[in-house]
Design a protein around this ligand. Structure first.
Ligand code: F6P
Length: 559
């Protein structure tokens, strides 16, 4: 195992500390003094236009950050990942989500641990294409011969957040008369609400689980199976015998998993299951068979275009020098903000309503990846890691939490994402509403960067204590990401951008971004507590006093 390089011992880190010691952010001054700043700090990334100019960096700071990437071995680690080295050390696995979007026939061929990766990826994609085509054409039907009109994807974490985010983002492409719904939570309300109004004869469930052991997903899959049998029976379809029940499941359930043996044990025909591999992390899996719901609802061509978008960013990362490498630079800026300027969170603010689940998606991607206190060799981290990602679409956020970003005491770097062409262009009395919408995006980034001085406030006639209240300090960093339209390719590019930002930060911090041991303890304890909730006295006695009291409250109030 290659030991992580301790970033804090590098000369680049010392340079950054020195920059910080004498640092006074001055976006007004920097813009006034340098007519080329915007041009120099605006970079292309496939179809994206990324403007880094409103970040709190000088050329010297950026150069030190790039040196930090060099000295911590970002490029080598990236090459190791692409080559299939087992950089997921705690699980002894390769990390090859980038292989999921390699184009057919990519050269040189990728063989890892004896597996012909490209051949396997293409073969699953071909099978998904064919299956999606059958469902969309009506060749695949429910048990009574009716065409599928509704999909219900059952999964959680990476087996839910990616599919639902992409489905919402690309909703204008859902033109085949197939609606997708997504059930994730073990709160029975989720399943109860999502099957409401569905016709069992035209509903197809997709059980999506990498491990096929996840409590929530297997519980929900059983609930869905029971709902199917009960509702078919209510509709007069014979599902009394085991054989009839199995036939119903065969027509209305498919699965996506790395554990096809467990899929079969659940009662789903392995012929109706699409596989992937342990080298795809859950939060990196929307571009694997986990995206089957997308291939069906949006179409196989849309899914392929999404993958091509991912690949375009992979190609950029692999071939672009670090000082022009957009995901690397954005990852390094995050390191600057977290480790030197003390920011604890990072906002992602899409000016695109279709991206309303993007921040939720990024929360798993970034925080499950980089929320770690030990490095990949087991030693403690040497700096802060893993900022909190959060956000909501603009303009909604403007009327909620932007106050804190503009005038609060915390530094919150923010990424603004916008597209030039909306999916639903509408006019208000002859005025293009999208232009008005994007005026807000530009106004917010401008206000955050340049603020409003007390003199400017006074010049408007404000006096007394109100002057301070109406003053904006400015120097709040933002990155603006613009694209022509929210196409499948652009969405793939956006997702891949954040995957590589996350990876860059993980390498600087010496973290394994691909395990998630921190989620295990709660899962174990839930299994110990469940019997106590159900009345097992011994299980109750083994709980701490607070847990016992809360269980007593629950049992006293549960009708
Ligand atoms: O509990 C966390 C987690 O393991 C995630 O990493 C994963 O995306 C999610 O659970 C779902 O796991 P699975 O796809 O195996 O059901």
């Amino acid at each position: 195992m290659t030991a992580p390089i301790d970033a804090t011992t590098t000369s680049a880190w010392a340079e950054l500390e020195a920059h910080h010691a004498s640092f006074t952010p001055d976006l007004r001054g920097w813009f006034a003094a340098d007519a080329t700043r915007v041009e120099r700090l605006s970079l292309p990334l496939a179809d994206l236009h990324v403007d880094l100019s409103k970040n709190l960096v000088t050329d010297e700071i950026l150069s030190s950050l790039v040196r930090l990437a060099e000295q911590t071995g970002v490029a080598d680690r990236y090459a190791a990942m692409l080559a299939g080295e087992h950089i997921n050390t705690t699980e002894d696995r390769a990390v090859l989500h980038t292989a999921l979007r390699r184009p057919a026939g990519a050269s040189p061929a990728l063989t890892v641990d004896g597996q012909d990766i490209d051949a396997d990826v293409q073969s699953v994609l071909t099978a998904i294409d064919a299956f999606a085509g059958r469902v969309r054409s009506g060749d695949w039907t429910g048990i009574t011969g009716k065409k599928v009109t509704h999909l219900v994807n059952i999964g959680i974490g990476g087996s839910d957040l990616g599919p639902v985010m992409v489905y919402e983002a690309l909703e204008p492409y859902a033109t085949a008369g197939i609606e997708a719904r997504f059930v994730s939570n073990i709160d029975p309300t989720d399943m109860g609400q999502k099957v409401k109004g569905l016709d069992p004869e035209t509903t197809l469930f997709i059980v999506a689980s990498k491990t096929f052991t996840t409590l929530e997903t297997l519980t929900n899959a059983r609930l869905a199976r029971e709902w199917l049998w009960t509702s078919l029976a209510a509709a007069g379809v014979a599902v009394g015998t085991d054989e009839e029940k199995a036939d119903a499941v065969a027509h209305h359930f498919i699965a996506v998993s790395t554990a096809l043996d467990k899929v079969e044990a659940f009662g789903i025909d392995p012929a109706n299951a699409f596989g992937f591999w342990d080298w795809v992390g859950g939060r990196y899996s929307v571009d694997s068979a986990i995206g089957t719901s997308l291939a069906i609802a949006l179409g196989p061509d849309v899914f392929r275009e999404l993958l091509a978008g991912f690949h375009a960013v992979d190609a950029h990362v692999a071939t672009t020098p670090l000082d022009k490498n957009v995901p690397v630079l954005m990852g390094l800026l995050n390191v600057w903000y977290c480790n030197f300027l003390g920011s604890q969170s990072h906002a992602v603010l899409p000016y695109a309503q279709q991206l309303h689940r993007f921040a939720a998606y990024l929360q798993q991607l970034t925080m499950e990846s980089n929320g770690k206190s030990v490095r990949w060799d087991g030693s403690p981290v040497t700096s802060d890691t893993g900022e909190i990602f959060w956000g909501e679409p603009g303009t909604n956020g403007q009327h909620a939490f932007y106050q804190l970003i503009h005038q609060g005491t915390r530094l919150i770097p923010a990424d603004f994402i916008a597209v030039a062409n909306p999916a639903y262009p509408l006019e208000d009395g002859g005025r293009d509403v999208h232009g008005l919408f994007l005026a807000n995006f530009l106004a917010q980034t401008k206000a955050l960067a340049f603020g409003k001085t007390a003199e400017e406030v006074e010049a408007e006639g404000t006096t007394g204590a109100l002057v301070a209240a109406r003053t904006f300090a400015g120097n709040k960093p933002t990155t603006s990401i613009f694209a022509p339209a929210l196409t499948p390719a652009v969405l793939g590019q956006l997702i891949a951008l954040y995957e590589h930002i996350t990876f860059t930060q993980s390498v600087v911090w010496g973290i394994n971004a691909f395990d998630q041991w921190g989620v295990e303890l709660g899962k174990q304890l839930a299994m110990q507590i469940a019997p106590a909730i159900e009345g097992d006295a011994d299980a109750l006695a083994s709980q701490d006093a607070s847990t016992q009291a809360l269980i007593a409250y629950y049992r006293a109030h549960r009708a």
